[in-house]
Design a protein around this ligand. Sequence first.
Ligand SMILES: [Fe+2]
Length: 268
Amino acid sequence: MAQRLAEPVGGRGGAVRVPPPVHLPHQHVPQGVPRPRAVRRSRQSHARGPGHRPACPPRDLGRPGVPGRRRIRLRPLRSDHLTPHLLEPFSVHIDFESGLLSPDPVVLVRRLSSLAGYFLQNADTDSEVYSVHEIRVPAERDHLLSSTTIVLPGKVGDEYYMTKGHFHANRDRSEIYLTLSGEGLLVMALENGTTVTKEMRPGVVNYVPGHWAHRSVNTGSEPLVFYAVYIGDAGYDYATIAERGFPVVVVDRDGGPSVVPNPRYLAP
Ligand SMILES: [Fe+2]
């Protein structure tokens, strides 16, 4: 299959043409079967005509008791020896100011109604709080998922707008945040209640090691926009945060952000 190349981002003409990811057929290669040899044998027999019988049909190789022939045992397929999806390279454009992707992102919007119980006070509107714009690749270990998140400015009571926050379902999976615009705080917490808070501003890369829950908080007056990259099978555990909360919250004190203990936090 001929490979189509994406036009480089920012190339001449200004247009960005991005081919969609193409899912090629699965490649099932049984472990223990020497595929190149099998291919050569197949080509030779085909070259000699359809009526030709190979000297050593693969069926005979597995027959016990045949002198001088090695028995080949077919083992069950194991997913960690396969490449389930082979994608074509592709490019996506990110507008650093708005965080919007083109083309074709998966967009998730969180409003105040879907964040009930996350803030210390109840909201009296259903305004949008944040949106996530994800680049489409399979959520599997051999891929890197990435997305932009746009956290709008605002507060519920004196608590700044924030994301739900989550652990990764596979706890040891790490993540990188690159802030593109706006300002905020990245709050991280271990399950034992230890917390670390890092600044988010344009150009700052935050590394979130495995086992740290993470939540981003917009402490500014403009949208907080960041790009995140993480291992495809990281998964999401929102339930732990929904049940226990974060150990700390970020609130407005005298016109600026302050990180204070969460009075509703349920320690493990
Ligand atoms: Fe994450």
